[in-house]
Design a protein around this ligand. Structure first.
Ligand code: HEC
Length: 103
């Protein structure tokens, strides 16, 4: 019993560390977006974009993947393609998750 408890505590700890390090990574990735979109995703970037903090995780995910593969965007989509081109699909997903938590 004692061993099982210790093992469970260990697993919970590892889980917490993993969860917080992935949140750190997306907060880090978001730093280069904040200049245009605002620290809380609250600004219309260059007066053109939607307020991304209110798009929801799925909305942001669709937009980011779409900019990368050329299926989404308005007049300034070329600029956003440059922002996401070098990010992996997993990084885009975690950015979307992170942005959805901003207010
Ligand atoms: C140099 C300014 C700039 C930077 C830096 C920037 N963006 Fe954007 N972003 C824009 C503009 C302008 C648009 C509108 C593009 C268009 O016409 O589709 C936009 C659009 C978006 C949209 C879709 C909003 C809509 O209107 O549909 C999302 C989501 C987004 N950006 C996320 C990000 C993320 C995440 C990053 C960082 C990896 C980032 N942006 C970096 C300027 C910027």
């Amino acid at each position: 019993m004692k061993t099982t408890n210790t093992m469970i505590k260990g697993l919970v700890l590892v889980g917490a560390i993993l969860a917080s390090s992935s949140a750190m990574a997306s907060a880090d990735l978001y730093k280069k977006c904040a200049g245009c979109h605002g620290v809380h995703g609250e600004r219309k970037a260059m007066g053109k974009s939607k307020v991304i903090a209110s798009m929801g995780e799925d909305g942001v995910k669709t937009a980011l993947h779409g900019y990368k593969d050329g299926t989404y965007g308005g007049a300034m989509k070329g600029l956003m393609k440059g922002q996401v081109a070098r990010l992996s699909d997993a990084e885009l997903d975690s950015l979307a998750k992170y942005i959805a938590t901003l207010k």
